[in-house]
Design a protein around this ligand. Structure first.
Ligand code: PLP
Length: 430
């Protein structure tokens, strides 16, 4: 309560802005996740890996726009050059196929081991189109997903009580309660398949919004095998996890998915999504073939994102950078784990994605949201969030860290120190 009172006192301009915003946006909000009570901080500027809010406070950005901001707030010179080339020499959307879209598509195919790819404007759209493609390919309808899975604004399956998911055609989805529970998942896959209607299994290799919980190799491979055995399309949602290894986490783990969905940083900071995979499945979208499925979208091949995305992947987030960057993330997580040992705070994640959890018993090996349901200490999580803001660290309220390229080692030292001080200061409740 004291932390919240300080928050209110320290952020009068954010509060004022929130009141103003609420007169045109419901709750002052157009990205539900960004709402925090008593009011969200309004950011007005970003530079490199830092943000400044309306009241002039500076933060180290550890939320990284939930992974989309991987490249930082200031465009890398290569991305900036690409953007200016697009603006000055090509022009805004051409309303036609273009050289740039072919170039970006070819790069995505090579890098993420896809036979064919198609582009969209968001990860949500990419998943919707991948599902439509799987349905057209199999002639079936239903999809197996997991509690805690997040595949977009209209494809969410939250585990927390009181949080309502938003799922288009919800009746077509069969939600498996336990992520990482292969036996449970296999039973559901076999049951729905026996009913003759299983089109796809859609899963993240690390549940991102669901708590940054990595899937085990055994679970993910077993799930793929179960899907394949019944002729369902295995779709790996790599919108968040493609950053975790040079060719995406699916390739790293040898999952050989049928379809992959992509997004976030792959537009170089501009709005982007893509889906692709096996040629025979993607052929359902080949307009030269009779009965093909339409995949339209005015901005699917928009000039700006085709340029910036290509520059980002070819010149900035190269395979070497991906490896080194995720090793830094692993090192940070290991340090945080050491600092928090024996407390109610624990960490999950992989590479540059880190999840933070406060639980009653300080559960160390968190493998699904179900496992800690009812044991989470939202009060401690909120206290942590308020105090990290005061210390100049921007993370999401629910405890999500997505590192940005260019975050300096000494800044991460400062964060580890801040976490350690927090735990010490509140020893009595930790
Ligand atoms: N899939 C996953 C795993 C995501 O994390 C997200 C976004 O957070 C999406 C899909 C949706 O992407 P977008 O927000 O671009 O629609």
């Amino acid at each position: 309560l004291a932390a919240e009172a300080r928050f209110i006192a320290n952020n009068p301009l954010s509060q004022k802005q929130h009141t103003l915003a609420a007169s045109s946006l419901p709750g002052g909000n157009t990205r539900s996740l960004l709402h925090t009570s008593p009011f969200p901080l309004t950011m007005n500027r970003g530079q490199g890996t830092h943000l400044w809010d309306e009241d002039g406070h500076k933060y180290l950005d550890l939320a990284g726009d939930l992974s989309a901001g991987l490249l930082g707030h200031t465009p890398h010179p290569a991305v900036r050059r690409a953007l200016l080339t697009a603006l000055d020499s090509v022009g805004l959307n051409l309303g036609a196929t273009s050289v740039q879209e072919e170039r970006h598509a070819a790069l995505l195919c090579t890098r993420f081991r896809l036979d064919r790819v198609r582009m969209s404007n968001s990860g949500t759209e990419a998943n919707l189109h991948a599902l439509a493609g799987a349905r057209a390919f199999t002639g079936r309808r239903r999809v197996v997903v997991f509690t805690g899975g997040y595949h977009g604004g209209v494809l969410s399956f939250p585990s927390a009580r009181g949080v309502q998911g938003n799922t288009v055609d919800a009746r077509d989805f069969v939600v498996v309660p336990g992520y990482n529970d292969l036996e449970g998942a296999r039973r559901v896959v076999e049951r729905v398949a026996a009913e003759g209607d299983l089109a796809a299994v859609l899963v993240e290799a690390v549940q991102g919004a669901g708590g940054v919980i990595p899937g085990t190799e055994g679970f993910l491979r077993g799930l793929r095998d179960a899907a394949r055995a019944v002729g369902a399309v295995f779709i790996l949602d790599e919108v968040m996890t493609s950053r975790l290894a040079p060719s995406g986490l699916g390739f790293e783990l040898g999952l050989d998915p049928d379809l992959v969905t992509l997004g976030k940083y792959l537009g170089g900071g501009l709005t982007f999504g893509a889906f692709g995979g096996r040629a025979e499945i993607m052929a359902v979208y080949d307009p030269r073939l009779a009965g093909s499925l339409a995949h339209s979208g005015t901005f699917n091949n928009n000039t700006l994102a085709m340029h910036t995305g290509y520059a980002a992947l070819s010149e900035v987030y190269t395979p070497e950078v991906s490896v080194a960057f995720n090793a830094e993330g692993d090192a940070l997580r290991e340090r945080l784990v050491v600092v928090a040992r024996g407390t109610r705070l624990s960490f999950t994640g992989r590479g540059s994605l880190i999840g933070l959890h406060f639980t009653e018993d300080g559960t160390e090996e968190i493998t699904s949201g179900e496992q800690i349901r009812g044991k989470e200490r939202g009060d401690l999580r909120d206290l942590f969030w308020f105090e990290m803001l005061e210390a100049g660290f921007w993370i999401t309220r629910r405890g999500f860290i997505a590192l940005m390229l260019g975050t300096l080692g000494e800044e991460l030292d400062g964060f580890v120190q801040a976490v350690s001080s927090f735990l010490g200061r509140h020893r009595d409740v930790m």
